[in-house]
Design a binder for this molecule. Structure first.
Ligand code: ZN
Length: 199
């Protein structure tokens, strides 16, 4: 319904397409944006355009970034002998918030799910195996989620990587079944990481 005129209604419509944003929230956000000082509103619009335009995947770990290498892969302070395998960039962010993990990551960009037709070729498995050949890796930590898909993905990777002679570990069950890593608190993630078991 167009109560407010074309531009405001359009803004509310666009905001309501965002995940987790219903009609009422979209309206609240739109009013907030309208009431911002002009330069702050411009800055917000510009940030959206620039983030979208410059987004790419790290050439090494495949997380979302805006350079060839993400800040983690580019850092000399990280321990290059350990790779933590996660499903999504937001999982990487969740582990980074614990500030304890100092190794590198590999972002699969999904999980194996025969139910919806996602196989190993649809995620970054081959790219991980190439890294394991090129880099001097001692341990691969499988930190995929504890959903059926996450477990299947971990099992698949364990089968592939163990024969190469690299230690393969799985994060502990501290992460609730079906738990989305993004919403799990840092202490739980930390315990899951510290309690990881050898596969
Ligand atoms: Zn990277």
């Amino acid at each position: 319904m167009d109560y407010y005129g074309t531009h405001i209604t359009k803004l509310i419509e666009e905001l309501s397409r965002l995940p987790g944003v219903g009609g009422k929230t979209a309206q609240r956000l739109a009013f907030h944006i309208i009431n911002l000082p002009e330069d702050m509103a411009n800055q917000l619009a510009k940030s959206i355009v620039l983030a979208k335009r410059n987004t790419r995947y790290c050439e090494k770990c495949f997380t979302i970034t805006d350079k060839e290498l993400c800040p983690i892969c580019a850092s000399e302070k990280r321990n290059g002998t350990t790779i933590m395998v996660v499903e999504q960039s937001k999982d990487l962010a969740a582990y980074e918030r614990t500030r304890e993990f100092k190794g590198l990551y590999h972002v699969l960009q999904g999980a194996i799910s025969p139910m919806i037709g996602v196989g190993p070729n649809d995620i970054k498995v081959r790219e991980l195996l190439i890294r394991l050949q090129k880099e001097d890796i001692v341990e691969v930590i499988l930190a995929t989620s504890s959903t059926a898909e996450g477990e299947a993905t971990a099992t698949y990777h364990s089968m592939l990587i163990k024969p190469i002679g690299i230690n393969v570990t799985r994060i502990a069950n501290g992460v609730p079944v079906g738990g989305d890593l993004e919403y799990i608190d840092e202490i739980t993630l930390l315990r899951a990481l510290e309690g990881r078991i050898e596969l």
